[in-house]
Design a protein around this ligand. Sequence first.
Ligand code: GLN
Length: 484
Amino acid sequence: MELYKLTAHELLEKLKNKEITAEEISSSLAKRIEDVDVEVKAYVRTPEKWGQKRGQSPEKGDSPLFFETKGIPVSIKDNICTDGYSTECCSKILEGFKPPYNATVINKINEAGHSFLGLKCNMDEFAFGSSTENSCFGPTRNPWNLESVPGGSSGGSAAAVAGDEAIWALGSDTGGSIRQPASFCGVVGLKPTYGRVSRYGLIAFASSLDQIGPLTKDARDSALLMNIISGFDPLDSTSINIPVPDYTKDLINDAKGLKIGIPKEYFVEGLDPEVKSIVEEAIDKLKGLGAQFKEVSLPHTEYAVPVYYIIATAEASSNLARFDGVQYGLRAKTQGLIDMYKKTRQLGFGDEAKRRIILGTFALSHGYYDAYYLRALKVRTLIKQDFDNVFKDFDCIVTPTSPTAAFKIGDKVDDPLKMYLSDIYTISVNLAGIPAISIPCGFTKKGLPVGLQILSRHFNESALFRLAYTYEQNTEWHKMKPKL
Ligand code: GLN
């Protein structure tokens, strides 16, 4: 058995029984990455020449292979700071930026006896996107169909897990960037409750929406990684000081008595009929396992996309103001300070980043602030209240993760509005701050994975794990592997 194919919990068992060593896991993974990443391009550094960025010469001090061989290596999205190791958000403007500290999640991974895999996962620049096509390193390909996108923005992390190039991985989710790529790649992706996982060292996109979370091969690995990364952090003022349960205790194969809402606003025009019927089959399966379903309403759903794109771009325009050639990464060579700022930003940001800076600055500008930004904040509260109302009577809500399966590379890249609609089922969760998980629930006729999204109230990740685990124990979808 090739070790790279196994889950983290299977490998941990073997490590415990001294059947294998951490070095054996790393070298099995290294071989796999060498074999397939030339095609998938889940990582931003070439597998042929370790530690070397595509098309560039090796960096001094980079590990030739892995940082350390300790425990189970975790693959990390390029927006999570790793001490002394390039963290560039797949943006030219952060070229050569090596953070002088670790993100809290990286320290937690180390403290738990695991290590960061010394390669960063590809992503849309600054996490702006749904396809990983907005990366300055070029797109990642979907392991199930190399012509298709892996989803985004954590497409590198999702493709790495799906292609067995990672045992488990971390991504970030601002509007769906963990769950949508998990759905497109047929893996498990969890967006924790806002405040559950420290954002310290996560390069900010939209600070009131961002959360780091796991992308894994199954629900047990997701629970294990959540046990490691969750918890209060004094370095993140939005992290919440309430105890973290042992999530592996929620892996109970029993859905009896769970009350689940199906929001009628999510099963409407725009939902691909094939995806719809696959999700309905999954709901029938869960009914057969004892869960009780009832239609519910989230009446402000139609405002989620516009509200999100006002709030997210407003926050992004403010967060990205710090990249001006002075402190981080790229500095354009020009005469004079003002020219240097301008030129650096012109050269450093890609088209989507520029679009969002312009939109966000407009929404925050004098005269438009009340009409757009303030109004969006008010509607955000209404969206949150919709969920609060449903969760008075229900444990979970179930929806498709995305209205379609993975689309072709190039299909939506020139049409930002079409791209923005890929997140129609995921962004309300971030606006409300609640947790949600995407689990594999079937395949289209073309062989592309489809994801089922489960939502619950704040800090009730436990319900997500119980329902996801029950579904997983009674289906085989999570065991399917792409042919690479
Ligand atoms: N696709 C969404 C966007 O482009 C969400 C991205 C994310 O969650 N980081 O903003």
